[in-house]
Design a protein around this ligand. Structure first.
Ligand code: GDP
Ligand code: MG
Length: 262
């Protein structure tokens, strides 16, 4: 964390969500490194109780107060149940986290919150909603939905991923930025086209002609046009740092839209 707050606007909170392995943790590290080169100060929160190693130095780490293996033994749970229970226990003390963030507001430009590997642990649990809502009640808060782009190159997997993102946005009622990650491995142009122009998606779907799921996906994609209209999207590589300018612009734009989501 650098020490000076660069501007007078409100501190933004970014909740980094996405499927396991999409690159959330790598992105948190990259975003912090990138913003520090612009003299912007980040404050990093790790909410993944099961992560073994993280490539950044968190300012707040759920693992400091909750050992997920102990939770597993104490409550006789499987790994997923233990992660969820650890998050529930953390959520009971969310007021302390918010107070801590508020006490850092003057020095910090952006709070960045890393979430558990499995997306549903945060996005479909009461504790995830409580944590998001509590942070959003104090700061303009946005969702960074990280997409593992090499795993979303097929029209069906892509639209499924977008439907999931859409459901999270409506559940959390927060502005959402779709972050097409891993552009060092695959061109993200196809996804940008599909998001901006339904006809290009439709053309890709026509290759699957006759398949019942292609008709469903085409109807879904049409219905998704309104979602695509309200989100921002950018292509990055969290590994190489490509596209971080565009991401930062999207973050600032989404933060400005925060009040219209409440
Ligand atoms: P998380 O589960 O969403 O937190 O994902 P991680 O940040 O742990 O990343 C999962 C794997 O993807 C790791 O092996 C990362 O090194 C790799 N990874 C993340 N971002 C990128 C990227 O932009 N490009 C490449 N090539 N690999 C990446
Ligand atoms: Mg992670």
């Amino acid at each position: 964390m650098t020490t000076t707050h660069s501007n007078t606007t409100s501190t933004i909170a970014c909740l980094v969500i996405g499927m396991a392995g999409s690159g959330k943790t790598t992105l948190v590290q990259r975003l912090a490194a990138e913003l520090s080169t612009r003299d912007l100060c980040t404050y990093l929160v790790n909410l993944d109780p099961a992560v073994i190693q993280i490539p950044y130095e968190p300012n707040v780490d759920i693992r400091d107060t909750l050992n997920y293996k102990d939770v597993q033994v104490e409550f006789q749970l499987g790994p997923n149940g233990a992660i969820l229970t650890a998050l529930n226990l953390f959520a009971t003390r969310i007021d302390q986290l918010v107070e801590l963030l508020e006490s850092r507001e003057e020095q910090v430009d952006t709070f960045v919150v890393d979430t558990p590997g499995q997306v549903e642990v945060f996005t479909w649990s009461s504790s995830g909603s409580i944590i998001a809502e509590s942070i959003a009640s104090s700061f303009p808060t946005i969702l960074l939905y990280v997409v593992d782009t090499p795993r979303a190159t097929k029209p069906l997997t892509f639209v499924s991923n977008m439907i999931y993102a859409c459901s999270i946005m409506y559940r959390m009622q927060l502005p959402l930025v779709v972050v097409l990650n891993k552009k060092d491995l695959v061109s993200t142009e196809f996804a940008q086209q599909w998001l901006n122009d339904f006809d290009t998606f439709d053309e890709a779907m026509q290759q699957l002609e006759g398949d019942y799921s292609s008709n469903l996906a085409r109807s879904m994609a049409l219905a998704m046009e309104e979602f695509y209209r309200v989100i921002s999207c950018c292509s990055i590589s969290a590994a190489t740092g490509e596209g971080m300018d565009e991401l930062w612009n999207c973050i600032q734009k989404a933060a400005k839209e925060f009040s219209s989501f409440r």
